[in-house]
Write a protein that binds this ligand. Structure first.
Ligand code: 13P
Length: 254
């Protein structure tokens, strides 16, 4: 299975010109990569223009999609609309959207809609804080189970599951670094939950890590964190840093 590096640009950069510049530099930097799947998830409004920039290496993803196909849903974007723009991936259930009120039930509906539109969901789960009694295991278990409720077995290998502990994200106040051991422990826990629910088919899906990933720790997470890829936010806005992470992944995939 190819490793995957997904850049989440969040609500950046502020202008289309900067987005095109950044994407072009990334495309150049990624041009020699062979073993890594690379995805960039820009804001919706940049997707169309970026889809016209030639690159065979970088695929496009969106940061959300709505669960209805069409109709009176002001401000929403459907999976089909994204598919029309040749978008292949959609981040769903990011903690920054959950903080605005998105529930597991909504994420669940979105996952089903995105799969029906032929796109690949990147489901984000992760605890806000770690408590002494380890209750956070229960919290992520509920997130996984509720977000994946009713998803058909045949689809589970398509879904990418991202472990993103909110306490490790670069913009979280008083953040802390997560370690590859934290990631490994969660990846094993996720695999157990998924295989209990979906059987052997679940082992074909990918689990990735996100939370302040940089060139300093990307190799450690990929080698020792039990994951098949990474989801950098801040580092994906700096072409040099993002390309460095891709190169680390390439070397480790040899
Ligand atoms: P940072 O890499 O900026 O911590 O962002 C992680 C993230 O939220 C990616 O979805």
């Amino acid at each position: 299975m190819k490793k995957i590096i997904i850049g989440n640009w969040k609500m950046n950069p502020p202008t289309l010109k900067e987005a095109e510049q950044l994407f072009s530099v990334l495309a150049k930097g990624a041009s020699s990569s062979k073993k890594t799947e690379i995805v960039i998830c820009p804001p919706f409004v940049y997707l169309e223009k970026l889809s016209k920039i030639r690159t065979s290496k970088i695929k496009l993803g969106a940061q959300d999609a709505f669960y209805e196909e069409v109709g009176a849903f002001t401000g929403e974007i459907s999976g089909e609309m994204l598919d029309n723009l040749r978008v292949k991936y959609v981040i769903l259930g990011h903690s920054e959207r959950r903080a605005l009120g998105e529930t597991n039930e909504m994420v669940n509906q979105k996952i089903k809609a995105v799969l029906a539109a032929g796109l690949i969901p990147i489901l984000c789960v992760g605890e806000t804080a770690r408590d002494e009694s380890h209750d956070y295991f229960n919290l992520v278990k509920i997130q996984l189970e509720e977000c994946l409720a009713g998803v058909k077995k045949t689809f589970i290998s398509k879904i990418i599951i991202a472990y993103e502990p909110v306490w490790a994200i670069s913009t979280t106040p008083n953040r802390k670094d997560a370690t590859s051991a934290d990631s490994l422990e969660m990846a094993i826990f996720f695999k157990k939950i998924l295989s209990d629910k979906f059987g052997r088919e679940a082992s074909r899906g990918r689990i990735i890590y996100g939370g302040s990933v940089s060139g300093k720790d990307a190799g450690d997470f990929l080698q020792n964190g039990g994951v098949d890829g990474l989801l950098p936010g801040r580092a994906s806005l700096d072409a040099k840093k993002f390309v460095e992470i891709i190169k680390i992944c390439e070397v480790l995939s040899k």
